[in-house]
Each structure stands twice: as C-alpha cells, then as structure tokens.
Write a protein that binds this ligand. Structure first.
Ligand code: ZN
Length: 137
C-alpha cells in the first residue's frame, strides 16, 4: 500500500532533509508521493509546468533528489525503459508490467512466491522483480 502524506508531513520531511520547504517543493512532493504512480522525472516536470507555471527544470530535479535523500521515494529503473521512475511505495515489493498499456503495478511480496537460492558466496542485498504480462479482463 502507498503511504499518504499530509502537506505538513512533506514540509517537515523536506526541512529535515535540509531544504527550504517552498510551496513548489511541497507541491512536487505531494504529486510524487501521493498522486502520481511511478512517475519519471519528465512526468514530474510536465506536470509541474502545467500546474505550477513558472518552475525550473533544476527545481524539479533537485526536489526529486531531495525526496530520495529524505527516504521518501526510491529511484527505480525498469528493464523496458531507460528512464528512472520514482517509487513512493517504500515497502519491499515487486512490479508487474502490463505490456499492452505500459502501466506498472505494485505487487506485494506476500502475494507471490519467489524462491531464490544462490551460491553461498553471494550475499543478496535486494531483489528487483519485474513480471511482464497483461491484465486480464
Ligand atoms: Zn513500485
């Protein structure tokens, strides 16, 4: 499940991360963390330009980096795209890619079973799983 954040919470986390929580940054935080779904930096920029009018690309990129540094979003690269998406679901989870629509869905780890057995010399730190297919109607 996605966590929802209040404006105050986003403001607080930005401050804690050492950046001035301007209205623009808070709005970007709200969009990335609550409203958008695995957006790319380009998605966020397009949204911000539409919504916030005067905003620099640097502000958008810096804010995304701040959200990552503050531990609020994780950058993730899907194998089907060369773009990094920002994932606000901080629970360990896997992804399902609907190849028809390109839509990405979060799959809770407890909903599927994946068994990984590695030779002892490898220490696993994380496991990214992207399952491709299509949504059945
Ligand atoms: Zn995700």
């Amino acid at each position: 499940m996605k966590k929802t954040y209040s404006t105050q919470e986003i403001e607080k986390r930005l401050s804690e991360a050492g950046v001035q929580p301007t209205l623009q940054r808070i709005a970007i935080g709200q969009y990335v963390l609550c409203d958008a779904d695995h957006p790319t930096a380009e998605d966020v920029l397009a949204w911000a330009e539409k919504k916030l009018m005067k905003i620099s690309q640097a502000t958008v990129y810096n804010t995304l980096n701040t959200l990552v540094e503050a531990g609020l979003a994780r950058p993730f690269r899907f194998p089907h795209s060369d773009k990094v998406v920002y994932d606000s679901n901080l629970m360990d989870h896997f992804h399902f890619l609907d190849e028809k629509s390109g839509q990405v869905y979060d799959i809770a780890m407890e909903d599927i079973e994946i068994k990984v057995e590695m030779p002892k010399k490898y220490k696993i730190k994380s496991l990214d799983v992207v399952i491709k297919g299509e949504i059945k109607n």
